[in-house]
Design a protein around this ligand. Sequence first.
Ligand SMILES: [Zn+2]
Length: 287
Amino acid sequence: MRKLSRLWLGIESVPGLVAIPAYWDHFCGPDFALIRRHLLPTDDIGAAYPCPRPRDYDCPRRVIDYCDGMFAAICRHPHKLCDTVPLAPGDALAYSLDLPGLLLRMADLLGVRSGSTYTTRPDGVLELGLSTNRATRNQPVFLLAFAHHAAFESALRNLVFSCPTPFVAIAPTGNHLNVELRENLARRQSEFVALEDRVGLSDDGRFAVLESADDREFEPTPVEQRHAVVEKYKTDFSCTDQIIFEDSGVHKTDFYKWIKGKLADKSSKSKRIEETLRSRPKARIRG
Ligand SMILES: [Zn+2]
């Protein structure tokens, strides 16, 4: 088993997930082969071609069209520091990564129950389905693959404000996450998962889970946020304290102790309460 850091970082480095094959190769390195069959040709010719050792703003090389069905990548530096590379039409064409197609192959690794397709929202966020992991069961799972920090930040803020329930945000890496965004997520009882830490490659060349989501421990909710978290939960699900302590299988007094920080974080009661507050209320027979 090995990590796929280069692959996930590479995917997050390509703006709009569209680039010529040489750039996909450049960014994903030895892991390029893993996504090759998910690259779909576009109608556009790429503008730039990577340089082996980018020097200054004259790099990277420019793709030029000879108008006879052939292309080349030429150095723009006055001293022609990088070699000219002749390009077949297929090498000059920009390819779009079919990220939904790639992720469908690993839905069970991500702990997502979904249909056969994923929906892309107007802001570029992918709706993957509902979580099947114990700690986040039935929460919606979203994928945010953005090369630019500003786009990531705006999409995540949008989710925090618009999603009515706690959710799971997945991104190729954790590089765009900062303290403020992490606090925003914590206030919504929402989790962040970096694919870099979750999905690796098994020794026989298949995508595999690096760390089981179900084995992870909860970060205890900070005591000063507990009251607000409980109130938010009751509003979100129109429920009462009683629903929460019943679903957690704890006595009412333990529940109030937990809110005040007087129940040990490591106790199974605390863990069950944390788990309840990260999922929907259990179904009940009315009457
Ligand atoms: Zn160059």
